[in-house]
Write a protein of this length. Sequence first.
Length: 250
Amino acid sequence: MDAVFRALADPTRRDLLDRLYRQDGQTLYELTSPYSMTRIGVMKHLQLLEDAGLVVTKRRGREKLHFLNPVPIRLVHDRWVSKFAEPWAAALTEIKQRLEKPMEKVFEIYIRTTPERLWTAITDRTTRSKFQFGSHIDSDWTVGSRYELSHPRAAQLISEGENLIVEPPMRLVQSFVALWDDNAKAEGTSRVTWEIQPVGDSCRLTVTHDELREGADEAIYGGWPMILSGLKSWIETGEVLTTPGSLAYG
């Protein structure tokens, strides 16, 4: 948390986050061009943002792309803001933080656990409901098999897809089709990749939601910060977070 607050204290770094908010997945050249400072100066700011977890980078050929990671902001919200805000206020904050017209979204979080326990949390029917708004996931977790996400209070499936790559306990790649309403169904198929990497006594979990339609409905990807924050809370403390999304199917 201290690293997040230090990173946000500088106006240039806040401006870099605002620019990634408006257009995600930018190169260093694209981010450097509006500033009078040197390329090295911008790189130092980006490195501080990356160290704080607010920016995640991915290689695409020879280019290094930068993505805004809203998960640390969500953790700040869950720790302090949600204690005092009404659910509607938390929902408005979440909407404000979502990005416009994404092609690819990258979310990253560190959780004190083992890869095996984290994999089980992601794939176990009962555990999944603890951090994904009460929804259950069902699959045999083999390559090419189907998975379904359902909720006891929903009349239809929440989402479904195919398990494209299954490499326990490190990597899971799935197609994703949202089914909760007509607008979601109209978005078609996208892709979600879960990547688990051990780091000391913890794991770095990176969730990449890509192959999104340009200008896709924000509801398709906007829930990931809440889901990952809930996953961290459940594994590390055994507590279930109360979020606006938990009431989505009531």
